[in-house]
Structure formats: structure tokens, C-alpha cells
Design a protein around this ligand. Structure first.
Ligand code: AMP
Length: 104
């Protein structure tokens, strides 16, 4: 089970910013910017390479959640999004997540 699945199941604590049926947004525990959030699908998919056609709507929803959350936090004019994909190196947690960073 990934650490993010445990967060989704409330087995370990986290700072939850937003939640909807298929996605949760939390604060990164080790922020690389003033605002550093993780947009995490509740469905466990290990990496971007493991996506299939059924995941199209979920991935689109991740971007719409980014739009919604940045508006909520008043940072919608200044942020970046990134995904890490490199098994066992850049990607630390094997459960896809989109990083959202802003210096606002
Ligand atoms: P990545 O390298 O893309 O897999 O990034 C994983 C991110 O998850 C890192 O930025 C970590 O700081 C963050 N992270 C790991 N464990 C937790 C946790 N328990 N709560 C919040 N963020 C976490």
C-alpha cells in the first residue's frame, strides 16, 4: 500500500486542502516552495506509464482540481505543475501525483 493510499484512508495524518470523490489534495510534507501541494488520485496508479484509456477523465480532473484549488488559494496567476516519472529515482512515491508549486 502506498503512503498516499494510507493518507486517503486516513490511516496517517496529512494536511488536506481539498477533496472530491476521486481526488485528494494535500500539502507536501517537505515543501519546495511557499505553496507546495500534491494532487493525488484516489485510484492507485503507480506511474504515468501505467495509465490506460479508462483513466482519461481522472487525469483531466486532476488539472481541473489544480485550477479550482489555485483559485481557492488566490494563486491562480502564478503556479507550476509537474509530474515526476522515473521509477526508483525521481519518483519517490509509486502512486501518481501532480505537484503544484507557487511562491505566492
Ligand atoms: P515524488 O518524488 O514526485 O514521488 O514526490 C513525492 C512527494 O511526496 C515528495 O515531495 C514528498 O515530500 C511528499 N511526501 C512524502 N510523504 C508525504 C506525506 N506523508 N505527506 C505529504 N507529502 C509527502
Amino acid at each position: 500500500m502506498s503512503i498516499f493510499t494510507k493518507i486517503i484512508n486516513r490511516e496517517i495524518p496529512s494536511d488536506i486542502i481539498y477533496e472530491q470523490e476521486n481526488i485528494i489534495v494535500i500539502k507536501d510534507i517537505n515543501p519546495q516552495a511557499k505553496t507546495h501541494l500534491l494532487i493525488i488520485p484516489k485510484k492507485k496508479i503507480e506511474t504515468i506509464n501505467d495509465l490506460d484509456n479508462n483513466d482519461k477523465e481522472l487525469i483531466a480532473d486532476m488539472f481541473f482540481v489544480a485550477k479550482k484549488v489555485t483559485k481557492m488559494l488566490w494563486i491562480s496567476e502564478w503556479y507550476k505543475l509537474w509530474f515526476n516519472v522515473w521509477k526508483k529515482w525521481w519518483q519517490e512515491v509509486m502512486h501518481i501525483h501532480m505537484h503544484l508549486l507557487s511562491n505566492l
